[in-house]
Design a protein around this ligand. Structure first.
Ligand code: ADP
Ligand code: ZN
Length: 745
């Protein structure tokens, strides 16, 4: 009798909507288990796929055999595979691609088996480092004398219990003969183990202990820990004004989870911008931390991945991709600054880590804490209807007042820095205090305009103007990096007189230096922070008082805690309001509130001067009046009237390509097909467009958009799935679906 061969289901990392069945040859039966990678024949190629499950049967005969299994341990747990499948289905993205996204790049450096096949666990070729460790041996005494230095070394080995060879070398110099002797005599044992590169080895961290919580913090913490104890999914919105001590609540909630044997996952918007936050975690928790920093090399990232997989890290901190970290036994997931748009991935798998945190929390039965001083309008709505439990920190710690905000109307004025702001800055510096000046545009002039023909210098590849950067003597496209020498000549008429319009941070810095020649100014924007560690250096000079004024774009608004800052200036506060995006008011309110919140976090109260042409817009009024409740109420009314989230669900279909005509035709064809399917399925979905995207040309591609709005996710999904089945795309055009889109530009 011939027994049926074992069939397994495999996901392939290609843009295919389905998974595949393969059979397992006899010799691989004990290895071909879910969560491991396998090499499989695919067409005429060999590909690495991911084993999802053992299949009962297959409708297809003549299944092919897998060739090899690459891993000796599973890469993922069943709960993680469930999570990835959920994400693949929700975002309508191939599971194989999702799994590939979830793996660290370093794993693919050179995946191979150890020579004997036995120690071929998660080997990634050169990514792995090994080192010798010494520990006390089975014998405690010997009649033969190992020598005085060897005895000294032995004492240290016994004292530490286990010590790395490199540490012994550092202390005793080269000690190989002594160590060898100790091992021969049975006084010490040697073991070889993998070691992990420590990306933060050059840092010194001061220990830090939990603070006494105020009553709001305590009550928030109590509610979270009570739920932690139940091991059930629970979701919170920790809504605390700037400087209210949210981080302290995170730290103590995590400590509680660890005490209960659970692990913690912490998501932050951009880890390079938050060295302070990671520093506070390192200061509070000894070891056991994995920090997934964007500055990690592939090898380092892979090391961290393996440390987490093996349970050696109990707290994982990282930006959005950390939501895929192989952390088991999760008790709590924190999403700090939950309102930040950077939690959304803008290409490939277009996931939102803030949303996925709730999903993973559900699968892991964990507590999920979304924290912000300026939550998403959507989160406020979810708190109103009970899907998130609201935890409020309405006051700053130690009863520090919120800063006083003065709005300065700039109508009719051509200055970058108003007289009022100039005076305030001068007085602040004279008083020996620090200031921040915010302008959400980099470069010197927003653009150059020809004085004779009136044309603005714009990018030949993108429908945007070029920004003039004076230090670099270039006009640059901020989207595709196209650059021309500047000031230069007008490309239309050849005239040499170009007028500078609009100011950026470079010009602001220039003017502030003229105004306050003695002040030590530094600038933080993507021009000054491209070097490794440059964020940290700039922030450190604010932290230690070696800078007086920090000038910058939205980078300076992010959660920094500088108690010495007593004055904040905001230039062109309404800059974001002109965006053709329904979230423009929300984003402006959030950004302004965050910037305002940088002032007066120490003992001296803070003051903010906010310059705007239109000082009466409700986003500006609410932010400057610390009236968040008023803002959310108005914004929710607007969203309801206009039919936008949280009252509807959105999906965007992006159609782009280099040939304009092909893009237009594809967009129209897609919209017609959607309309026909909508009729047939009788789903309630509004189809808007196809319209030109606000930035119609980007990096040479023409872009159109169809926006789908629905009252239920179910209708939206039914329409999209049916459309995808029937949709035919021409080879010159790319069509992508973005579920819950954040960037509509
Ligand atoms: P947020 O994240 O809400 O803006 P932080 O967590 O950065 O606020 O806290 C602001 C400052 O107050 C930090 O320096 C923090 O160490 C301090 N702090 C937090 N909680 C307390 C407390 N209970 N007592 C005293 N200081 C506190
Ligand atoms: Zn461009």
């Amino acid at each position: 009798m011939v027994s049926n061969p074992q069939i397994i289901e495999i996901a392939i990392p290609l843009y295919l909507d389905r998974t595949f069945h393969y059979t397992v040859p006899e010799r691989l039966l004990d290895q071909a288990l879910p969560g491991r990678r396998a090499v499989v024949p695919f067409g005429r190629r060999k590909l690495t796929g991911y084993i999802l499950a053992i299949a009962e049967e297959s409708r297809i005969d003549n299944l092919k055999e897998i060739i090899e299994v690459l891993d000796q341990e599973p890469l993922w747990t069943p709960a993680e595979l469930e999570f990835f499948s959920w994400a693949a289905s929700y975002y309508m993205h191939p599971l194989g691609e999702v799994l590939r996204t979830a793996l660290p790049a370093g794993i693919n450096i050179r995946t191979r088996k150890g020579s004997s096949g036995e120690n071929a666990e998660l080997t990634g070729g050169k990514a792995i480092l090994r080192e010798k460790f010494y520990l006390p041996g089975p014998l405690s005494e010997t009649t033969r004398r190992p020598g005085a230095r060897a005895l000294e070394i032995l004492a240290v080995i016994r004292e530490t219990g286990e010590i790395q060879a490199s540490v012994i070398r550092k202390r005793f110099g080269s000690s190989s003969p002594q160590l060898k002797r100790l091992v021969e005599l049975g006084l010490a044992e040697v073991r070889e183990r993998e070691i992990y590169r420590d990306p933060f080895k050059n840092r010194t961290i001061m220990r830090d202990t939990p603070r006494r919580l105020n009553r709001h913090q305590q009550s928030a913490l109590d509610t979270i820990t009570e739920n932690l104890g139940r091991h059930q999914y629970s979701a919170f919105l920790l809504y605390g004004v700037t400087g209210s001590g949210k981080t302290e609540v995170y730290l103590q909630a995590i400590a509680h989870a660890l005490e209960n044997g659970k692990n913690a996952l912490v998501l932050v918007p951009e880890i390079a911008l938050t060295p302070q936050l990671t520093g506070r975690f390192q200061a509070r928790f000894e070891g056991g931390l994995a920090i997934l920093h964007s500055g990690l090399s592939d090898g380092e990232r892979y090391d961290e991945w393996r440390r987490i997989r093996r349970g050696l890290a109990r707290i994982v901190i990282g930006a959005r991709s950390a939501i895929f970290a192989p952390l088991e036994n999760i008790g709590i997931i924190i999403v700090d600054e939950e309102h930040e748009a950077s939690f959304k991935q803008s290409d490939g798998l277009r996931y939102n880590a803030r949303d996925l945190a709730l999903v993973r929390g559900g699968i892991e039965r964990a507590a999920v804490v979304l924290g912000s001083a300026t939550p998403l309008v959507t989160s406020i709505h979810a708190a109103h209807n009970g899907r998130l439990t609201l935890l409020e920190l309405p006051e700053r710690v130690e009863n520090r007042p919120m800063p006083a905000v003065e709005r300065i109307a700039m109508k009719g004025s051509k200055e970058t820095i108003s007289a009022a702001l100039a005076t305030a800055l001068t007085q602040n510096i004279e008083a020996g205090q620090q200031a921040m000046v915010f302008l959400n545009r980099r470069g010197f002039a927003t653009f150059l305009v020809c004085a004779s023909c009136g044309q603005a210098l714009s990018c030949p590849n993108c429908s945007v103007t070029l920004t003039y950067h004076r230090q670099r003597a270039r006009s640059i496209c901020h989207y595709c990096d196209y650059a021309v020498p500047a000031p230069g000549t007008c490309p239309s008429c050849g005239a040499t007189e170009l007028t500078e319009l609009g100011a950026g941070t470079e010009k602001l810095e220039f003017e502030l230096r003229e105004l306050l020649p003695l002040a030590r100014t530094i600038r933080m924007d993507s021009d000054t922070t491209s070097g490794k560690g440059s964020h940290e250096r700039l922030l450190a000079s604010m932290g230690d008082g070696s800078a007086d004024i920090l000038i910058g774009t939205q980078m300076i608004a992010k959660g920094h805690d500088f108690p010495g800052v007593t004055l904040v200036g905001v230039i062109n506060a309404e800059a974001g309001l002109g965006m053709p995006d329904f979230r423009a008011a929300e984003r402006t309110f959030q950004l302004l509130s965050q910037v305002i919140g940088r002032a007066g976090r120490g003992e001296t109260p803070g003051k903010v001067l906010l310059q705007a042409y239109d000082t009466e817009h409700y986003a500006i009024l609410s932010a400057s009046g610390h009236d968040a409740a008023g803002f959310y109420q108005q914004e929710l009314e607007f969203r309801q009237d206009a039919g936008y989230p949280p009252f509807t669900f959105l999906a965007a279909i992006g159609i782009s390509g280099n040939v304009e005509q092909a893009v237009t035709e594809q967009a129209e064809q897609s919209a017609r097909l959607l309309a026909a399917i909508k009729q047939k399925l009788k789903v309630r979905v509004e189809i808007l467009g196809p319209a030109q995207s606000p930035i119609y040309r980007l990096r040479g591609r023409f872009r159109r958009q169809i926006l789908l709005k629905a009252v239920t996710r179910k209708d939206l999904r039914r329409l999209l799935l049916a459309w995808r089945q029937e949709s035919r795309t021409s080879s010159t055009v790319r069509v992508v679906v973005d579920i819950d889109p954040v960037d509509l530009m």
